[in-house]
Design a protein around this ligand. Structure first.
Ligand SMILES: NC(=O)c1ccc[n+]([C@@H]2O[C@H](COP(=O)([O-])OP(=O)(O)OC[C@H]3O[C@@H](n4cnc5c(N)ncnc54)[C@H](O)[C@@H]3O)[C@@H](O)[C@H]2O)c1
Length: 257
């Protein structure tokens, strides 16, 4: 049976870890040729090697999505190697929890917005140039539940750059979805609840915080990266051919409350 992404070329930013890693593995199993890109080339290479060892066709590229020249080079590298780009998954993302402690509120805000929001826009800009030539393409952004609703009590003082960045990704998704619809390019996002990845390790390492986070999700648990990847596969594939501009919660009911 043909895979659900058979013959398609997919570029996954932040592909060296967490949701991007799980998505790269699932897409490759479904027949996609995969470009795994990451700020951390070593982690991208580990993932690409794992895909190739399983019979896939993957390469690793290094790039910082907050840098315009890197974004252009990442898309050029994809086209140079595979000749096209059918799917872009913008999974690269950061939380200010991992910012240098000496940074003040403005430096943290610029850093998070520069990667989560501007990085998503710039990668999409260069991918769309090629997708327009092809007359087709699918972009899947990683927004967040915290792009749809405010952070729960105790997580933000109102100036938290993460929800600000993800709210921007939600609206960017709607705007690109509408703006590119006539050109055969679909743009959607996933809004994951809290999931077990490196991004949330410092939260889940604390037993009290972990329990509280679980209790905030009606299903009483956090998500797995593979559960987010499954939704990315659907939105990326032709099964979602009439879906664009949608921000899909994958959150165990968090935003339905
Ligand atoms: N894990 C969660 O609970 C959760 C929930 C909602 C949304 N998300 C979003 O999902 C996406 C993936 O997160 P994850 O949980 O897999 O995190 P992760 O930390 O496991 O992976 C993120 C990857 O992005 C890479 N990266 C960071 N900065 C980069 C840059 N400037 N350029 C290129 N790559 C860069 C990192 O090296 C890392 O490999 C992020 O956008 C995140 O905000 C995660």
């Amino acid at each position: 049976m043909a895979g659900r992404l058979e013959g398609k070329v997919a570029h996954i930013t932040g592909g060296g870890s967490g949701i991007g890693d799980a998505t790269a593995h699932l897409f490759a199993r479904e027949g996609a040729k995969v470009v795994v890109s990451d700020l951390n080339l070593g982690s991208a290479e580990v993932v690409a090697q794992s895909l190739n060892a399983a019979g896939g066709d993957a390469i690793a590229l290094a790039g910082d999505v907050s840098r315009r020249a890197d974004c252009e080079a990442l898309i050029d590298g994809t086209i140079d190697h595979f000749g096209r780009i059918d799917v872009l998954v913008n999974s690269a993302g950061v939380t200010p929890r991992y910012a240098p402690v000496e940074w003040d509120f403005e430096q943290k805000w610029d850093w998070v917005i520069g990667i989560n929001l501007k990085g998503t826009m710039m990668m999409s800009w260069f991918a769309v140039e090629q997708m327009k030539k092809q007359g087709s393409g699918s972009i899947v952004n990683m927004a967040s539940i915290i792009g749809l609703v405010g952070y729960h009590d105790g997580m933000s003082d109102g100036f938290h750059p993460y929800p600000h960045s993800k709210g921007g990704v939600v609206q960017l998704t709607r705007d690109m979805g509408v703006g590119l619809a006539k050109q055969g390019i679909r743009v959607n996002s996933l809004c994951p609840g809290f999931a077990y990845t490196a991004l949330t390790e410092t939260l889940t390492a604390n037993a009290d915080t972990h329990e509280r986070l679980k209790s905030l999700h009606p299903m009483g648990r956090l998500g797995e990266a593979t559960e987010i990847a499954s939704a990315a596969l659907f939105l990326a594939s032709d099964e979602a051919s009439f879906i664009t501009g949608v921000n899909l919660p994958v959150d165990g009911g968090y935003t339905a409350q």
